[in-house]
Ligand binder design. Structure first.
Ligand SMILES: Nc1ncnc2c1ncn2[C@@H]1O[C@H](COP(=O)(O)OP(=O)(O)OP(=O)(O)O)[C@@H](O)[C@H]1O
Length: 265
C-alpha cells in the first residue's frame, strides 16, 4: 500500500484554481522531489496533505486514511499520531522562539506521553543524526545560526518517527555549505520524503522520483534519472536545459555527487 496516494486533487483559493487534477503516489521510504516555478502549486500540494487547505475534489489517502473528509477533531487525532511531519523554508516558523532547542525537541514526545528522561535521550540521539553539538540544547532559536536552526527543525520533525516528512524549500534560505550538509542528512534518512523546491539542482541528488508542477498541474512524474536525462514535458526540458551539466552528470551516482558539489560551490 502506498504511504500517500493523491488522486484527482483540485484546490481553489476562492476563484483561483491552484491545483488541477493532481495525482501522486509516495511509497514507504521513497523520496519524491516536487519542483516547479513560483506559484505552480507546490506549497498548496503540501498544505492539502497537511489539512491546511481544503480539497475542492479528489482524494488524499495518507497511510490508507482519506484525510480529505477529516473534520478538525480527526485532524487533531491524526496529527497527534505524528505520521506526517513538515519542515518549512524558514525554521523560525517550525520552532517556538521561546523554547530552548531541547524543549523544542522533546515537546512532541511529552505531548504523546513519553517521559522526560526517555524524551531527552531521544533528543540527544537525534542531535547526533543532524550533526549538531549537545552544547546547543540550552540555547534559544535566536541564539543559533540559520543552518543550525534548520537542522533542529529537521530533528524536531523526526522525533516522532514519522512515516512521511514534507520539506517545503528546506535549503533555499541557507548558504551553500549548510545546504550541502542538510541535503546529506536528508539523503541518509529512511523516512519517506516529499522534497519541494524550485531548484532542480537541490532535488536531484536526494530524490528517487521527481514530480514537476506547472501552473497547478503535475505535468511529469518519473524516476529522477529519467526525468533529468530524458525529460518529456516541454517545461521539464526547459528546466533541465537551464542547468547545463545536469543531463550528463545525472548519468550515475558519482556524477550526481559531482554535480551537486558543482552547483553549490
Ligand atoms: N492563501 C491564498 N489565497 C489566494 N491565493 C493563494 C493563496 N496561497 C497561494 N495562492 C495562489 O495559489 C497559487 C499556488 O501557490 P503556491 O504557494 O502553492 O505556489 P508554489 O509553487 O509553492 O510557489 P512558491 O515557490 O513561490 O512558494 C499561486 O498563484 C498563489 O498566488
Amino acid at each position: 500500500m502506498p504511504l500517500l496516494e493523491i488522486t484527482g486533487l483540485n484546490v481553489h483559493y476562492r476563484r483561483h484554481h491552484a491545483l488541477r487534477n493532481v495525482s501522486l503516489r509516495v511509497e514507504p521510504g521513497e523520496t519524491v522531489g516536487v519542483i516547479g516555478e513560483t506559484g505552480s502549486g507546490k506549497s498548496t500540494l503540501a498544505r492539502a496533505v497537511l489539512g491546511l487547505v481544503p480539497a475542492s475534489s479528489g482524494t488524499v489517502l495518507v497511510d490508507g486514511a482519506d484525510v480529505t473528509g477529516f473534520r478538525s477533531r480527526h485532524w487533531r487525532a491524526f496529527r497527534r499520531r505524528g505520521v506526517v511531519q513538515y519542515v518549512f523554508q524558514d525554521p523560525l516558523r517550525s520552532l517556538d522562539p521561546d523554547l530552548t532547542v531541547e524543549e523544542s525537541l522533546i515537546e512532541p514526545l511529552l505531548v504523546r506521553g513519553v517521559n522526560r528522561d526517555e524524551a531527552t535521550s531521544r533528543a540527544r540521539h537525534l542531535l547526533e543524526r543532524v550533526r549538531l553539538d549537545e552544547d546547543l540544547l540550552d540555547r534559544l532559536p535566536s541564539a543559533i545560526s540559520g543552518g543550525q536552526r534548520q537542522r533542529v527543525a529537521v530533528a524536531r520533525a523526526l522525533i516522532t518517527d514519522p512515516a512521511l516528512l514534507i520539506l517545503d524549500e528546506p535549503v533555499s534560505a541557507l548558504d551553500s555549505a549548510n545546504r550541502v550538509q542538510i541535503l546529506e542528512i536528508l539523503k541518509g534518512l529512511p523516512t519517506a520524503q516529499i522534497f519541494i523546491s524550485h531548484d532542480l539542482g537541490s532535488v536531484v541528488g536526494v530524490a528517487d522520483r521527481i514530480a514537476v508542477m506547472y501552473q497547478g498541474e503535475l505535468v511529469e512524474d518519473g524516476p529522477a534519472r529519467r526525468v533529468v536525462t530524458a525529460p518529456e514535458h516541454p517545461y521539464t526540458q526547459l528546466l533541465v536545459r537551464s542547468v547545463p551539466t545536469l543531463r550528463s552528470a545525472a548519468a550515475d551516482r558519482a556524477g550526481r555527487e559531482e554535480l551537486r558539489a558543482l552547483l553549490h560551490a
